[in-house]
Design a binder for this molecule. Structure first.
Ligand code: FMN
Length: 300
């Protein structure tokens, strides 16, 4: 039985990575998880310069998950390259760097800076507000997605994963736009926009008013979107959204994901990724799957 997967030419030892922003750059989880066991580590989002993020409070609990409006706080690409990449290079796992920006030039500056760094893939977060389009997220407009993907692909030296937002009417239109722009893979879903009101303080639970909902509550929506995207494109899909168990991950793979990311679940069980990896292996054994690839999209 073989747990290896090939995502856009990059071989992972198993199909499990962590979702950006829920695992730092691995260091804060290394007491709980042997990073050598993960298929890949996906870092938190990094921009061309440091971002301080949104005012607090910026996280809240909701039924079946959480809401966040961190605002992509990050140290900027320079410090990231000096500190986080060398840290991750100590481990035998693939490195996926998640990239954010407010305008195409900001994304391109990060992608260019990463060109000669020893990373394996990059994941482009297009849920960021686009300053040139009235702060609507890049990922909510198919034209912007295709254009940004094409610009990034012109200069990227590593395979490019475009990370889609679920806050759209038709996910297949956006998935196809990423593929048309030349994306090597897509990942989905990012968080779903929500709102929570603190009735005692009679104000919003998050200072930003709205925030992104994640965790088990969003899982069925994520499975549906991964399935729809898998029917629409021929590039590999990394599926995420509410994965908390091996069963959740297997569902995502059967729906069409070639690999999966575990996000919010890391917060209540920092070793959950290892349980997901072991559980997928046991399932493959029980169901007679020789390779992960045989499972991908097996339910149509
Ligand atoms: C606290 C927090 C921070 C996040 N930061 C990022 C980020 O920097 N870049 C990104 O693309 N997604 C970010 N996400 C979205 C997750 O990577 C993931 O797409 C989403 O939470 C759905 O997966 P989950 O339900 O397993 O958490 C963040 C999510 C959370 C909860």
């Amino acid at each position: 039985m073989d747990m290896k997967v090939n995502i856009a030419g990059v071989e992972w030892k198993n199909p499990v990575t962590v979702a950006s922003g829920t695992f730092g750059s691995g260091e804060e989880f290394s007491d709980f998880v042997d990073l050598n066991r993960l298929g890949a580590v996906t870092t938190k989002g990094v921009a061309n310069v440091p971002w301080s993020g949104n005012p607090t409070p910026r996280v809240a609990e909701v039924y079946g998950g959480m809401m966040n409006a961190i605002g992509l706080q990050n140290p900027g690409i320079e410090l990231f390259c000096q500190r986080d990449i060398p840290y991750l290079k100590q481990f035998d796992t693939k490195i996926i760097v998640n990239v954010c920006g407010h305008a195409p030039e900001e994304y391109l500056a990060v992608v260019e800076r990463l060109a000669d760094e020893p990373i394996d893939m990059m994941e482009i977060n297009i849920s960021c507000p686009n300053v040139n389009a009235g702060f609507l997220a890049f990922g909510q407009d198919a034209g912007h997605v295709e254009e940004l993907t094409a610009q990034i692909k012109k200069i990227a030296k590593q395979p490019v994963i475009m990370k889609l937002t679920p806050n759209v009417t038709d996910i297949t239109e956006i998935a196809k736009a990423a593929e048309a722009g030349g994306a090597d893979a897509i990942s989905l879903i990012n968080t779903l926009t929500g709102m929570k009101i603190d009735i005692n303080r009679r104000t919003f639970a998050l200072a930003n008013k709205t925030g992104g909902v994640s965790g088990p509550a969003v899982h069925p929506i994520a499975v549906r979107m991964v399935y729809q995207a898998a029917q629409a494109v021929n590039i590999p899909i990394i599926g995420m959204g509410g994965i908390a168990t091996a069963e959740d991950a297997i569902e995502m793979i059967l729906a069409g994901a070639s690999a999966v990311s575990v996000g919010t679940a890391n917060f209540h069980d920092p070793a959950v990724t290892l349980k997901v990896i072991d559980g997928i292996e046991k399932y493959m054994e029980k169901q007679g799957f020789e390779t992960v690839k045989d499972m991908v999209g097996a339910v149509r």
